[in-house]
Design a protein. Structure first.
Length: 197
């Protein structure tokens, strides 16, 4: 692979800085804003911690693959913006059309990179939440990041996040992963306590 400094600079400056300015939950009253870039940071941190949690229990995990996926799982939002989940998946045809548009966005985002790297980024983005252990970890980390954001909002009195918190809990519970249920139980316990650390 011949990765030039010019390619790096184009990739770094093209659209990716937008993620720092694209706000999540832009249709919900929010007390503390979170950008897509902030969310991606937390997802990636949680991916790493979940990998270590599972490795500690004897699982074989490709930590680097999982972290790459966590880092880029929402990168297409630098073009599409954040679209709330309840709207995004309300209609099957819309969700399929949006996926096609997102694939085109990924082409745009990676066009200046060396072919091998461009293909890897697109593949890891497309497979970010697949049925592998790494995919389940990214999916779980995405929902756990949402839960912590909801807990933060609820702790400062933002009741608008109660249904979002409920949907996040249900989504995690529906994954039916015993290791994740252990973590979910502790999150719920924390949320129901008065602990503010």
């Amino acid at each position: 692979m011949n990765f030039t400094a010019e390619q790096f600079v184009k990739f770094a400056n093209l659209n990716h800085r937008r993620l720092a300015h694209i706000q999540r939950y832009n249709t919900t009253p929010v007390a503390i804003r979170e950008s897509v870039a902030e969310h991606s940071y937390f997802v990636t941190m949680y991916v790493w911690m979940l990998c270590e949690y599972l490795i500690d229990r004897g699982e074989k995990i490709d930590v680097l693959k999982a972290m790459k996926r966590g880092l880029i799982h929402d990168i297409e939002e630098s073009i599409s913006g954040d679209i709330i989940m309840t709207f995004k998946y309300k209609n099957k045809e819309f969700a399929e059309s949006l996926q096609k548009l997102n694939l085109a966005s990924m082409e745009e985002l990676t066009k200046d990179l060396p072919d091998k790297l461009s293909k890897e980024i697109k593949r890891e983005w497309e497979d970010a939440k697949d049925l592998t252990k790494e995919g389940f970890i990214v999916k779980a980390a995405d929902k756990l990041s949402l839960m912590t954001y909801c807990i933060e909002q609820l702790r400062i009195g933002n009741k608008y996040f109660e249904p979002i918190y409920g949907r996040a809990v249900k989504a995690i519970s529906d994954m039916n992963l015993p290791w994740l249920d252990e973590i979910l139980e502790q999150f719920i316990k924390f949320n129901n306590s008065s602990q503010v650390e």
